[in-house]
Design a protein around this ligand. Sequence first.
Ligand code: CMP
Length: 139
Amino acid sequence: MATNRTFTMIKPDAVESGYVGAIIKQIEEAGFRIVAIKKTQLTTERSGQFYAVHRERPFYNDLRTYMASGPIIPMILEKENAVADFRKLIGATNPAQAEEGTIRKLYAKSMEANAIHGSDSDENAEIESNFFFATTEQY
Ligand code: CMP
């Protein structure tokens, strides 16, 4: 059953570039409610755990180093059809292929430094939310 929640994090490149406010404005204007939010920084080890599903991929080591390179903004978001609608809002993983007006098209620097993450399923949204926020029921 769809939970109407998704998980996102604004990545180090976008935080460093000062895009947090603009990105959150776009998220809220698209109808998402912020359920939980914080600013934090991952260690390389925790970053590797978050992206463990990619550990066999050639980009894994660079990715976990990059994701630990600066502060990030993890958030839990709520909206009907949250997972699919949010992935539409952020656009393709590779910003060169992202549609006009999407968050990655507007703010991403590269395939790796692609500004923002969005969960790919309800199940992963819950796992990823629990990775950053202790008890999501309280929100
Ligand atoms: P994200 O949606 O957070 O999921 C995995 C991340 O790995 C992706 O965004 C990118 O930041 C990064 N990445 C780097 N290279 C690749 C690649 N070739 N394919 C997919 N993801 C990549």
